[in-house]
Design a protein around this ligand. Sequence first.
Ligand SMILES: [Fe+2]
Ligand SMILES: [Fe+2]
Length: 158
Amino acid sequence: MTGRQPPMTPIKDPPPHGWDEALNMGIPEVDRQHKALYSQVASLCDRTQQDRVGDTLLFLQNYVVEHFGTEEKLHEETGYPHADAHLKVHAEFIQTFLKMKQEYESDTEQNGLLILMKLTKALMDWLYQHVMGMDREFAGYWHARAQNPPYADPETDD
Ligand SMILES: [Fe+2]
Ligand SMILES: [Fe+2]
């Protein structure tokens, strides 16, 4: 050993909040909204943020309306056969969100860290279970349909 240390290689900053390409659906509007959620989850882990839980709950309040609305409209427009099951899971997520919101608003025992951890886990699970599962299944249907658009039903055509 000469006592000389190799120069430190600085750890590269990831791009702001990054994105996991594995979550891409190839449906632009849906991807844009999923990216916004991904970015929000990353913010939950950012210790420089002031009220991470409060900000995320505020984000989710609009998100569930806008994003679930977008997906459910696409299901309807394309006659997606699994729309009902998908809608049910969206409704369950809204219940989870409302429960967390209530827990956060009545947090008199300063369980902030616990709520933060629960919310982070719930959203990570949502991204990697619902988005990678049901949303991806719909994306497969959507792409297949875009390649082979159904013929108009002569019975319903005037
Ligand atoms: Fe989604
Ligand atoms: Fe969905």
